[in-house]
Design a binder for this molecule. Sequence first.
Ligand code: 6PG
Length: 480
Amino acid sequence: ATANIGVIGLAAMGSNLARNLAHHGNTVALYNRHYDRTEKLMAEHGSEGKFVPSKTVEEFVASLSKPRTAIIMVKAGAPTDAVINELADAMEPGDIIVDGGNSYFMDTIRREKDIRARGFHYVGCGVSGGEEGALNGPSMMPGGTEESWQTLGPILKSIAAVAEGEPCVTHIGENGAGHFVKMVHNGIEYADMQLIAESYDLMRRGLGLDPGEIADVFGQWNTTELNSYLIEITAEVLHQTDAKTGKPLVDLIVDHAGMKGTGTWTVQTALSLAIPVTGIAEAVFARGLSSQAEQREEAAKQQLTGPSGSLDIPADEREAFIEDIRHALYASKIVAYAQGFDEINAGAKEYDWKIDLAAVARIWRGGCIIRAQFLNVVSDAFESGEANVSLLFAPYFKTAIEEAQESWRRVVARAATYGIPVPAFSSSLSYYDGLRSKRLPAALIQGQRDFFGAHTYGRVDASGAFHTLWAEDGRPEIEA
Ligand code: 6PG
């Protein structure tokens, strides 16, 4: 037994993670259901470090030194359960099973409980950064016991991305905490992407810019507080021309956005925790709408009426409007992150995890898909306690929104008037306005509920629950 870590599942993410581990001095046990994948990895990259390939799970387990630590990199769901069982049958109490896939956190809670009962440590570990991140340094969000972190921590630190001199990995909390945080990371990723897409649409359809010009705008934005991986790759995607036709590639891509489910989980979970993650939800719904092929075709056939989408901005005001879009994007992004962190906070309360939000923001500064300059200030805001209630109240972000908000309103109003959908921009703005409203129309809703269902309401001038006989004398009565 010579390997200090093993990887099971050698598709793109698994092989890259295994190589990354080997590049950093680990001896890596390898196993894949079909041995040809293992052979391929050995043939192409076997010389990059120390690997111990195995043909069976038993051989794989035997090649690991104790406590045996194995990272599973297979599809979330049933395939993960199958591999966990195979591993547990071959391992011994005290060994550590790590699930590095995008598993649903409730599955992780369940598996951790089962596996712990059998004497093993189980770590659900969010891994972000795609294939490239897996190879060159991902951001990692491990859950599980403190004891497993003692063994696993140094190994994960050795392969993580580094931001401001710190490895982008931290022990998130017990059982499902790591996968919960990864899930919210993905929800925020959806929101970030949707906000960028809305900005693109406003410039493309609204201002009539071509993809190359818009790529340059994103390139320039990447030198501002928006500096981030997603803005950077957006510029690259928009610069890409199709080899066959010479056209901008983006124009040839079918406009139906796919999704594998993590964004949906983020919203479902937020709903069950009663946390309004409106920016993330709109991003998920916008992908859904884009993929409703039949309804969109019918809408085109029926020529649903409305403005054309041209924003009718005079040429000499274009630049100022592009600046407005940038501000709108930034303000909406702050709202989406505030909502995402609210969800993590609520999850931590519900599931009894101690999650350090500042540490979460810090490990998102590098390696992951949402990595961004602005996460430095986010982590500072949590560290100092300024963001205890919401990120929106930390002075830095309060000021940022103050400065952005006129632009934000102009963009949303103009988009609505001229017919460009901006669901994430506008829902974030509505959230912000809702939050700062001293009085909301919820009072009326309470009245309606009491009218038809005797659901009772509270009064601003007295404590207790009240019910009105609405159809009769209108005088409130105190409910028993
Ligand atoms: C990451 C990504 C990664 C993956 C998502 C995308 O953090 O590296 O989030 O996990 O790309 O599965 O999900 P969709 O297919 O749902 O867009």
